[in-house]
Design a protein around this ligand. Structure first.
Ligand code: SAM
Ligand code: SF4
Length: 355
């Protein structure tokens, strides 16, 4: 229910999608996000010559924000209400690990009722999902995406830095049993780490009727060890899947969709490939992000952030905030510059930005 002019940037893109990071903390230490383990360090050191001497100034793990710096649920609800009045329709709760935020179900039950918000989703590593699943469903959560990079317990631990495959698989099963539809599952594919599992992961999607997404590894890791050689390009993923499965392209009219999708000719479920590195989709991007400490990011790769928390806590009115948001979005970057000489990796990692 848009009451005001919708939010648009200077390239004519209308913003409809707000991703909210509820916390920068996480119970996992994924190799591509918050690498911490000796195994992760060894992977980076030994597989790729150019990271044998990683940037010594890069922090190993970010400093967690004190709780007083996190937006309260009331502040988040206020911003969602404001966003909805300006044309935001979709909300995704993410992090860090969103299920670490106590009482998340009470936030969900409030934002699903906001007029204009038609879709409330969450991205989670799934470890804490099962005990919370019913409350989340009752609160009105519409959709859920799990992250699952490996079906092999040992490799899962290498990828995530933690034991937990059993819990995540149980979470995915329960989400299907509770009738969440679609249940999406994301895997970040890293050369030499889990690329040998691409076919097994797709087979898992078909067996369990899941919407599975393979994602290219992006330079958003806290160790700043990303190299193009670690990215398995979408074209290679697709070629491998096509040689094993009979795939039919899924045509979508939604231009802002980030995944190219295929259905299995002989079973339920589907696969999608998200290729921000080799096939950027910036021209149709309709997203902005709100960090857990109240900063707006107009692109995953923004090198600057725009504070709304300070304005809110300083007494800004809704119309002040709306004008501020409009001005921020007007400056949204045209595209990212991954792979170009002038590319600068954002200071904060994916766990802080909110994937
Ligand atoms: N902790 C939750 C999870 O892992 O699902 C939510 C936050 S996580 C930052 C959101 C998504 O970002 C996950 O699907 C994760 O795989 C993805 N991600 C994190 N770092 C990434 C990177 N460097 N490149 C590509 N995707 C990444
Ligand atoms: Fe945590 Fe998600 Fe980052 Fe993994 S990808 S470390 S689960 S925030």
């Amino acid at each position: 229910m848009t009451s005001l002019r919708p939010l648009s940037d200077s390239y004519g893109r209308i913003i409809r999608d707000l991703r909210i990071s509820l916390t920068d903390r996480c119970n996992f230490r994924c190799l591509y996000c918050l690498p911490e383990t000796e195994e992760a360090a060894n992977f980076y050191r030994t597989r790729f010559d150019s990271v044998r001497n990683p940037n010594p100034t890069a922090p190993k793990l970010p400093d967690w924000k004190p709780r007083s710096e996190l937006l309260t649920f009331e502040e988040i609800e206020r911003l969602v209400r404001l966003g909805a009045s300006l044309g935001i329709e979709k909300i995704r709760l993410t992090g860090g690990e969103p299920l670490l935020r106590q009482g998340i179900e009470s936030l969900i039950s409030k934002i699903v009722k906001i007029p204009g918000i038609s879709d409330v989703a969450m991205t989670t590593n799934g470890f804490l999902f099962a005990p919370k699943a019913r409350q989340l469903k009752e609160a009105g959560l519409h959709r859920i995406s799990f992250s699952l990079d490996s079906l092999d317990a040992a490799n899962f631990k290498k990828m995530t830095g933690r034991e937990g495959l059993k819990e995540v698989l149980a979470g995915i099963t329960l989400a299907r049993e509770l009738g969440m539809d679609p249940v999406k599952v994301n895997a970040v594919v890293i050369r030499g780490m889990n690329d040998h599992e691409i076919e097994d992961l797709a087979g898992f999607a078909r067996d369990r009727a899941l919407s599975f997404r393979f994602i290219e590894f992006m330079p958003l890791d806290s160790s700043r060890a990303w190299l193009k050689e670690m990215v398995v390009p979408a074209s290679e993923i697709l070629e491998r899947l096509k040689s094993k499965f009979d795939l039919k392209p899924v045509v979508s009219s939604n231009l802002s969709e980030t995944a190219r999708r295929w259905a299995f000719a002989d079973g339920p479920g589907e696969i999608g490939i998200i290729a921000p590195v080799t096939q950027a989709f910036c021209g149709h991007c309709n997203r902005i992000r709100l960090t857990s400490d109240g900063k707006i990011r107009t692109c995953l790769f923004s090198v600057s952030e725009h504070d709304l928390k300070g304005a809110m806590r300083g007494g800004a009115s809704d119309s002040d905030l709306a004008e501020r948001l409009r001005a921020i979005i007007w400056q949204k970057e045209d595209r990212h510059h991954i792979g170009e000489a002038e590319f600068v990796q954002p200071e904060r990692s994916m766990s802080c930005i909110g994937g």
